[in-house]
Design a protein. Structure first.
Length: 242
């Protein structure tokens, strides 16, 4: 998550006039366009083979309209979107950030905050406490006592994280902040929030040129899982072109 958090901190600042986020909101709020005639079910089978038939069909239905409204319609753009989302969501099965960390893992992920085992043990296997500490005073969140870290933890296919990101997403969806938080954790909301993130970052341009490594860095902030991201994007592309 650390790379993706860096992306959110760089993009979503407190200024509500942020032009990129506003543009994404305009796209998401537009009237539905005709859905792309793409084989979403086949592509989802390629990138998320562990999904059962009904969840896969449900995901195809949830994604169809948001993708079309945002202009994520070409074979390359849809393939790159599905491949990246598959990596970020554990094969379209994880819609909320997993914050159940052992003490040893905390020292690896957040060495500056947990430099030794005793400091990490205080938060080990305590997701709410951990979120409130590590996400405090970042991304528009209040201090640890505010509870913002837990309230605005990562949700969705491309996990949006932090108060600023949720505020931008809420405006894009014409929802209250509380509604947006709840929505992001649902299948429909996970589709909406991923499409919103994609649009706000103008990722169609990178997907269209099949610059998957650059696209991965834009989403994750680094090169984590680069080979798997490329593999799944290619798998989706082959499925869509079949």
């Amino acid at each position: 998550m650390s790379g993706l958090l860096t992306a959110f901190e760089d993009i979503f600042q407190p200024d509500p006039s942020n032009s990129v986020a506003a543009a994404a909101g305009a796209v998401i709020g537009a009237m539905p366009s005709p859905s792309p005639t793409l084989h979403l079910d086949a592509a989802l089978r390629a990138v998320a083979p562990r999904l059962a038939d009904q969840p896969r069909a449900d995901w195809a239905a949830a994604l169809e309209q948001p993708l079309a409204r945002a202009g994520i319609a070409s074979v390359r753009c849809v393939a790159a979107f599905l491949g990246q989302c598959a990596v970020e969501s554990g094969g379209f099965q994880e819609l909320e950030e997993d914050l159940y960390y052992s003490a040893a893992r905390l020292c690896e992920v957040w060495p500056s905050r947990f430099p030794d085992m005793p400091s990490a043990e205080a938060c080990a296997m305590q997701p709410e406490k951990l979120a409130n500490i590590v996400y405090a005073d970042r991304m528009g969140n209040g201090d640890a006592a505010s509870g913002d870290g837990w309230r605005f933890r990562g949700r969705g296919l491309i996990q949006i994280t932090g108060r600023w990101a949720y505020e931008h997403f809420a405006r894009a969806m014409n929802m209250s902040l509380d509604q947006a938080v709840s929505h992001a954790g649902t299948r429909a909301g996970a589709a909406d929030s991923a499409v919103w993130f994609w649009t706000a970052n103008d990722l169609n341009a990178l997907a269209g040129s099949w610059s998957i490594d650059l696209l991965s860095r834009k989403i994750n902030g680094g090169s984590a899982g680069a080979a798997e991201r490329m593999r799944l994007c290619d798998a989706a592309l082959h499925a869509l072109e079949a």
